[in-house]
Design a protein around this ligand. Structure first.
Ligand SMILES: [Zn+2]
Length: 273
């Protein structure tokens, strides 16, 4: 999915298609829990972050270092770090770009703290830090909720924008572009050596950026989002086939099973009559 194709000439001057993967990302997943106060390993990481932001003592006397306050609703930290008993290694490390379809759907089902925790335990934290400090060592609980909601409303609005009857006017498009510009991913431009020379490589910084990139693609690619026909799901998705009406096989199957059970009920009623 994240592949690039380009027609190039080989050494003999014959055209050939060169294919390479241009996006790279490694994202760790721990088992997370909300931590209200910095203790244990969490405190250690917080102290290190404060130290790094602090200039030399002499300078500090002239201009006090900016105090980065611990977020009052706490952060998501790997389980046990606050008590000093957790494992320090991630449960797994993966490339979210290879699963962005799935993550795009999953993010739309986050509704409360419980489902938020399930989401980050499956895909990792968003990597958004706390307000005004994106590089904070932990994601704030409040900031996570706030950034998730921003992505969700951008996804919902994108589908409305595509529907002309909902008023896809120049003004709404302008508004949409403004908010999307505020969410756009931090993409680092890099190069990778290859046999033919150098290849472009785009490094994505966070899980939040993966979803923002997906929205960017959906918004600029001319494709249209559809809404899953299972009323219990209702997720927006990019269709891969013209006649696709469910976001996943799971939703399509669930609906089929529900219909079948409904029919069986009718059959049984008929038998008793
Ligand atoms: Zn669905």
């Amino acid at each position: 999915m994240r592949e690039f194709k380009k027609q190039v000439l080989n050494e003999a001057g014959q055209p050939r298609v060169d294919v390479w993967t241009g996006f790279e990302m490694q994202w760790p997943v721990y088992e997370y829990e909300p931590v209200l106060k910095p203790t244990g390993l969490v405190e250690l990481a917080y102290d290190r972050y404060l130290d790094r932001a602090r200039p030399l003592i002499a300078l500090e006397l002239l201009r006090p270092a900016e105090r980065v306050l611990w977020p009052h609703l706490g952060v998501f930290a790997p389980k046990g770090w606050a008590t000093g008993k957790g494992r320090r290694e991630p449960v797994r490390i993966y490339n979210p770009l290879e699963m962005s379809d799935e993550i795009f759907l999953a993010i739309q089902h986050v509704r409360d703290l419980g489902s938020m925790l399930r989401f980050i335990n499956q895909y990792g934290v968003l990597g958004v830090g706390i307000t005004d400090h994106r590089d904070f060592p932990f994601d704030g609980v409040r900031q996570t909720g706030y950034r998730l909601a921003a992505l969700q409303s951008q996804i919902a609005d994108l589908q409305l924008l595509n529907k002309r009857r909902m008023g896809g006017t120049a003004e709404t498009r302008e508004q949409y572009a403004d908010t999307l510009n505020g969410l756009l991913p931090y993409v680092q431009l890099m190069v990778r050596p290859s046999t033919g020379g150098l290849r472009p490589l785009y490094r994505i910084g966070s899980l939040f950026d993966v979803i923002a990139l997906y929205i960017w693609e959906a918004a600029t690619g001319g494709g249209r989002l559809r809404r899953c026909r299972d009323p219990k799901c209702g997720a927006r998705f990019i269709p891969h086939r013209a006649n696709q009406t469910y976001c996943t096989h799971t939703c399509a199957n669930r609906t089929a099973v529900r219909r079948w059970k409904g029919r069986q009920k009718h059959v049984r009623k008929g038998e008793h009559a």
